[in-house]
Design a protein around this ligand. Structure first.
Ligand SMILES: [Zn+2]
Length: 290
């Protein structure tokens, strides 16, 4: 585990899922099995981001958990460990961060997932990865209760730094109605190391949310937008309209208003990350990396 200095500016990597779609793979039935069945593909995508000077390489484990993978021929632990090995393959100085997404099942009272069940799903993922990564990233959450359980699992079972981000609609609430203020308050109470927003919208649409976050958060802010809103072509393929240049221009604004960590979600690629790595604050802080 390499120590992370949270007073610095950092760059995360870009998308994994949409890169795999571009290469002809599918989310269904279980994309994360590719870490075992096609390790060379996952390694090569990580390599693109390492070469683009990302400080953080995110494991391809977003959708892996005991609920979604109950029919997999591999255990959660096997997939998580294979994914970490793939992420580490070409890493020299970058940090490797264990990616944890929502379980995919609603918690009580909206659904039937109990707190204990949710805790056990997160614990299985975190136990599988905690010895071999530098940090844990919780991302794309909409239910504050669910992500709080995930953070608690990480705190109670490891000493790893924690990044926690939720996904907001343009009304500045998550799909489950969580406000920015509520998220910041809950995450700061739990003592995460960085908090913010990912996915949701393109970089421009996220500006009001990012401004509010920077105003109220005492914790370093992390933002990982999509490359705009997803569009669908006549064959049903999804594409994104915001190019690396436009993304980077807005990323500069983020850094100016107080964001500490930027990266890309759906639709972003190595080009986006490479251009962001040239931003002054990121360059000065991270010269000589990779
Ligand atoms: Zn996304």
């Amino acid at each position: 585990m390499k120590k992370i200095d949270f007073t610095k500016f950092y760059l995360f990597d870009g998308a994994m899922g949409t890169r795999l779609l571009e290469l002809g793979f599918s989310f269904r039935p279980r994309m994360e099995e590719l870490s075992i069945t096609h390790p060379e593909v996952i390694e090569s995508i990580h390599k693109e981001y390492i070469e683009a000077h990302a400080d953080f390489i995110t494991t391809a484990t977003f959708g892996v958990n005991g609920y979604k993978y109950q029919d997999s021929e591999y255990t959660v632990s096997e997939i998580v460990q294979a994914a970490i090995a793939n992420a580490k393959k070409h890493v020299k100085q970058s940090y490797v961060v264990l990616d944890v997404g929502p379980i995919g099942k609603l918690m009580e009272p909206y659904g039937d997932m109990t707190e204990e069940e949710c805790y056990a799903y997160f614990k299985e993922i975190i136990d599988a990865g905690k010895e071999s990564v530098d940090a844990i990233l919780f991302e794309t959450f909409m239910d504050i209760e669910e992500i709080k359980i995930g953070i608690r699992v990480a705190k109670e079972n490891s000493s790893l730094p924690i990044f926690a981000t939720m996904t907001f609609n343009q009304n500045e609430r998550t799909m489950m109605g969580v406000s920015i203020e509520e998220m910041v308050k809950e995450f700061e109470t739990l003592g995460v190391d960085a908090l913010g927003v990912n996915c949701s919208w393109g970089p421009k649409e996220l500006i009001p949310i990012v401004e509010k976050l920077c105003l109220i958060s005492k914790t370093p802010v992390i933002v990982q937008p999509n490359a705009g809103m997803p569009c669908t072509d006549e064959h049903g393929s999804i594409y994104y309209l915001v190019d690396a240049k436009e993304f980077t221009d807005i990323a500069q604004r983020y850094l100016d208003i107080g964001v500490s960590i930027i990266g890309g979600c759906c639709g972003t690629d190595a080009d986006t990350i490479r251009q962001c790595s040239m931003l002054k604050k990121l360059k000065e802080e991270n010269h000589g990396k990779n």
